[in-house]
Design a protein around this ligand. Structure first.
Ligand SMILES: *Cc1c(COP(=O)(O)O)cnc(C)c1O
Length: 435
């Protein structure tokens, strides 16, 4: 049998760190990365034939669980007609319409292939539409790996403890102003000092790449009112939260009730149902600045690929109210059990949770986690032993404490039970960890 170790040994010779995306290398939890060979429902199976309950969900897309029959059927039907034509085709508008029906502020949509491309395009569009240069982002918010957005980013940048990235010029970094999340005073100061020059504020709808960090009440509204007052755009990055937190994303749990709409949204992950699709969407008069109607260039050989559109359409069509109810409920069950297991083991922690997205932060109960500094100050060393105890018991968690846990519609009782029974020993391992 080819073991995970064999596969990783080969991969390390051929690929930097043995991976195609850093967090997969298990750098912050240690040990040998697990090579998965198949996924079905809430389960993944590795190259050694071991089965895991999956709480990563392909980092979000697997809202319905792995290999959902309706999604696979739609993909097979699309594949039978051809893999892509480099032309217009009917399912692009079908997916666009599904998005707009859920998020009316997504009046027009441009399909792209990754979340990184969506936010990069949104930033260019904001600069092109406003004629201004500066972009404000929040420390710990991850918007993909385009140059200007890597300053103080979360996700893998947080996992590796990097300040940003080598290879990003000072000129690019200097056009991104980074402030702490949830810091109303800092946001007001930035607009007081640079309001004339700010093209956009980009924010995760609710941050989930420094662990989950809920926006304090009114924080997104403050972004909305300050951008509006200064002629800047609000870019609401729903790449992770879109069609996951509610059927209308985090906007559906916030802006819709509170009566505000961002200028631009970015979507990814769930919208592609597991295939490479993402989107930038928003107000018609801004979106029309994109080529060919406007001067802001964006193009893509694979943008709107028919197989990817089919996966997205089938995923959204099957993401019913019942799906969201189920995921919310199961997330609460797992989060409660996690908290109980840690408390029983005497591990200081907070459970950071927004809707069905949650994460754990160790040693933070005094302050809670409201921003990146607090997220980074946690006892992250407790996560490695915790992670490996869960892995041993057949539960695949995100291999970083800075990532959210993802439930799916396919997590039925047997899968949940396996998670719950693994938690007490993992909590003991976290308690015994030393830095
Ligand atoms: C994952 C993510 C991205 C980047 O998407 P990719 O498809 O990995 O490029 C951007 N923003 C947020 C909020 C994300 O979670």
């Amino acid at each position: 049998m080819t073991t995970n170790q064999d596969l990783f040994d080969t991969a390390q010779i051929l690929m930097p760190g043995g991976v195609n995306s850093p967090v997969r290398a298990f750098g912050s939890v240690g040990g040998t990365p697990v090579s998965m060979v198949s996924g079905r429902g809430p389960y993944l199976t590795d190259a050694e034939g071991k089965e895991y309950v999956d709480l990563v969900g392909s980092w979000g897309p697997a809202l319905l669980g792995h290999s959902h029959p309706a999604v696979l059927d739609a993909v097979r039907a699309a594949v039978d007609k051809g893999l892509g034509f480099g032309t217009s085709h009917p399912s692009e508008a079908q997916l666009a319409e599904l998005v707009r029906s859920r998020v009316p502020g997504a009046e027009m949509i441009r399909m792209v292939s990754t979340g990184t491309e969506a936010t990069m395009t949104a930033i260019r569009l904001a600069r092109g539409a406003t004629g201004k240069n500066l972009v404000v982002k929040f420390a710990g918010c991850y918007h993909g790996h385009s140059d200007g957005l890597l300053a103080a980013a979360g996700s893998g940048v947080a996992t590796l403890g990097l300040p940003g990235s080598a290879g990003v010029t000072e000129a690019q970094a200097s056009e991104t102003i980074v402030i702490e999340y949830n810091d109303r005073a800092a946001l007001e100061t930035v607009f007081a000092e640079h309001g004339e020059d700010i093209a956009a504020v980009i924010t995760e709808a609710t941050p989930a790449n420094m662990g989950v960090v809920p926006p304090e009440p009114g924080f997104n509204q403050l972004i909305r009112s300050l951008t509006e007052a200064h002629g800047a755009l609000m870019i609401f990055d729903e790449v992770m939260t879109g069609f996951r937190i509610t059927e209308a994303g985090y906007w559906g749990a916030s802006g819709r009730e509170e009566g505000w709409i961002p200028d631009l949204f970015t979507f990814g992950k769930v919208i592609g149902g597991g295939l490479p699709t993402a989107a930038v969407a928003g107000r018609r008069e801004i979106m029309e600045h994109l080529a060919p109607t406007g001067p802001v260039y964006h193009a893509g050989t694979l943008s709107g690929n028919p197989v990817a559109m089919a996966a997205g359409v089938a995923t959204l069509e099957n993401a019913t109210a019942e799906v969201y109810r189920h995921i919310d409920l199961k997330a609460q069950v797992v989060a409660d059990a996690l908290a109980a297991a840690l408390s029983d083991a005497g591990v200081d922690h907070t459970i950071q949770k927004v809707g069905s997205l949650f994460s754990v932060a160790f040693g933070t109960s005094q302050t809670g986690v409201h921003n990146y500094s607090q997220a980074q100050a946690q006892e992250a060393f407790r996560y490695g032993p915790f992670f490996h105890a869960m892995l041993e018991a057949g539960v695949y968690l995100p291999p970083s404490v800075f990532e959210a846990w993802f439930l799916s519609a396919a997590h039925e009782d047997a899968a949940i039970d396996r998670i719950l029974s693994a938690l007490p020993a993992a909590a003991q391992a976290a308690a015994a960890a030393s830095s």
